[in-house]
Design a protein around this ligand. Structure first.
Ligand SMILES: [Fe+2]
Ligand SMILES: [Fe+2]
Length: 135
């Protein structure tokens, strides 16, 4: 069985890839969105995901690992509903991934950081659910 450290590194690398994937898609998607408020909210999400990418990479280095993230599915979507649904799915995955990382983390400080990141992903999930509900 993989040690906590290995499992944490694996989850963090997957999370890093997921953050990059979102960051790759969001600007293309924001360019399609006409609603200014929704555009602003997507931009706020992008800013947080950039922080998450940095924090994940930082934790990987602190564990003595090296970022080895792979990029996930980068197919751009078209149409607001499809865009929001794709990002909602991404946020659900992010909640899962940080949950996996939390379970593998032994250091309470690291766990605290990861719990904050998961809360932020839950916030994004709710924001996207509300935006979809308004369509
Ligand atoms: Fe994130
Ligand atoms: Fe997010």
């Amino acid at each position: 069985m993989a040690s906590g450290r290995e499992e944490l590194l694996e989850a963090l690398n997957e999370a890093l890839g997921a953050e990059y994937g979102t960051l790759w898609l969001l600007p293309q998607h924001m360019a399609q969105v006409k609603d200014e408020e929704l555009k602003r909210q997507l931009k706020l999400i992008a800013e947080v995901e950039l922080e998450h990418a940095e924090q994940s990479a930082e934790m990987i280095y602190q564990l003595g690992g090296k970022p080895s993230a792979d990029l996930p599915n980068l197919r751009p979507r078209s149409g607001v509903r499809e865009i929001l649904e794709a990002h909602l799915e991404g946020e659900r995955e992010a909640v899962e991934l940080y949950g996996r990382a939390i379970r593998a983390a032994e250091d309470p400080e690291v766990r605290k950081k990861l719990e904050r990141m998961r809360r932020e992903e839950e916030g994004h999930r709710r924001l996207l659910e509300r935006a979809l509900g308004r369509l």
